[in-house]
Design a protein around this ligand. Structure first.
Ligand SMILES: *Cc1c(COP(=O)(O)O)cnc(C)c1O
Length: 203
């Protein structure tokens, strides 16, 4: 039996060995430099050359989604959610739980998102768009260019959960005008050698 620890993606054995060597104590310069170094690497990989900041959370991906909902959506905002599966549905639940105004574009199982789904939401009172770029539940990868253009045209803040898309699919915050990205370590990220690289910095 295979245990997919961490997350649903198996870790490289070579990464496990690095992890087993233990971590640097967090009150040392070595640790601070390691954090700064990995933040810079991540920033580059995100295509994030603007004045964005990156925040590490010792939490689940869902907690990062909730942090985005709680901290970024004000009472003046109205969110449009692409709800194409369990993770889109989770955004809706979080928005509802925190009493935020939202509407969702509900897609059927494995239905692709097309321009005609967005048409009726043009020039309305929305201020933000929330999407799980790759809806892990169904395997749908949404058209980032189409969503980016929709957000630009309608002046929406573009919030992307890229937990399973980051490092697996093309991703560039500057190119697509993405205002907030949510990533976590257990999906596209762990599968990629960069995870290995970040840990290597720790040896
Ligand atoms: C897995 C996943 C999450 C949730 O991450 P957890 O760490 O399990 O809470 C959120 N969004 C997407 C797109 C995911 O694939």
């Amino acid at each position: 039996m295979k245990l997919f620890t961490i997350g649903p993606v198996e870790m490289y054995p070579s990464t496990k060995i690095i992890r087993d060597n233990g971590f640097v104590h967090f009150r040392t310069d070595e640790f601070s430099n390691l954090v700064k170094d990995t933040l810079m690497k991540l920033s580059d990989l995100l295509g994030n050359n603007k004045e964005h900041s990156l925040i590490y959370m010792a939490a689940s991906g869902t907690a990062a989604m909730e942090a985005a909902v709680e901290n970024c959506v004000t009472e003046n905002d109205k969110v449009l959610v692409i709800n194409g599966g369990a993770f889109g549905h989770r955004f809706c639940e979080l928005l509802k739980y925190h009493n935020k105004k939202y509407d969702s574009i509900d897609l059927a199982w494995n239905e692709a998102l097309r321009a005609n789904h967005l048409n009726q939401y043009e020039n309305k009172d929305y201020t933000m768009l929330f999407v799980n770029l790759h809806e892990t539940h169904t395997g749908q990868l949404y058209d980032i260019k189409m969503l980016s253009e929709f957000c630009k045209r309608n002046n929406l803040l573009f919030v992307v959960d890229a937990i399973s898309a980051f490092l697996a699919d093309e991703y560039d915050m500057d190119k697509y005008g993405i205002d907030l990205t949510i990533i976590s370590s257990q999906k596209g990220f762990v599968f990629h050698r960069v995870c290995h690289l970040c840990l290597l910095a720790n040896v």
